[in-house]
Design a protein around this ligand. Sequence first.
Ligand code: AFP
Length: 336
Amino acid sequence: MKPISLTRFLIEEQREKGQIAPDLRLLIEVVARACKAISIQIGKGALGNVLGNAGAVNVQGEAQKKLDVLSNEILLDANEWGGHLAAIASEEMDDPHLIPHRFPKGNYLLVFDPLDGSSNIDVNVSVGTIFSVLKCPDGVTDPGADDFLQPGTQQVAAGYTVYGPSTVLVLTLGDGVHQFTLDREIGSFVLTQSDLRIPADTAEFAINMSNQRHWEAPVQRYVGELVAGKTGPRKKDFNMRWVASMVADVHRILTRGGIFMYPVDAKCRDKGGRLRLLYEANPMAFIVEQAGGAATDGLGRLLEVQPRGLHQRVPVFLGSKNEVERVTGYHREAIA
Ligand code: AFP
């Protein structure tokens, strides 16, 4: 059977399930088109003037890569004229980007990490784009940062694109998780997997082990049991993977199961964690839950965290449900 294009998938979702308003369909297609353009730039590697640092620092205090800045610009340019958005927020911008007055405004807020894992870009390891879609609060015509501060349960769509051996877009509209692969010969994303499901159990975990001495007791206990393998209380061996691009680690988990952890630790406690709530944790948590997995901040459901700031950071535990529930249980025991 001829693969279904992203456009046809979205139109059929809209026609058969009323799952997606026309403006939201347009938004998803515009973001996908921008991800195609980002994929082309990333694919140039050393042949294009796209590697290395941009010579600036972002709001996170991180050195910006040229591709961080370029990816952000591609997403802004693609999305500001379409009339489907009220404002855009990004890891790479201190404040939201308002839609210029010369363009019509729409009902959605788009927030993204334009290039996640960018410390990997210069060593040719998979990186990605993560995005989340919220509704603009009723009656708000010039949204500010506070209008983005909605719990993850308010997301109407979320997705990521992994720029790896193939370019893969993974999307949820609140009705399952679907995977589209970029067919470079026709220049379109085509549906390559419907209804991705994360196994409840796993034998694979993802964490940056170099932070071990900084972890809190529940994480020390949980990871210690995984490393002990057959000789410990879990009575089975576990494998470890850590790409240091969240999109790549999460995509592996969506594909074959696993648990991804970035706990708060002594190194990042003053910032509240390493990963950002609005454009990393929340979209990934929405996708993982829609695929039958779980996502917590160690104590409670990530999607229910009330954001306090646009660039707020949180601890993240997500993936195979039974493992996320176990490590979350250890955290709850520790405060009982
Ligand atoms: P960069 O975008 O700065 O490379 O950070 C990537 C990231 O936010 C997330 O994608 C990774 O899971 C995590 O940081 C890796 O953190 P460590 O470099 O501390 O392992």
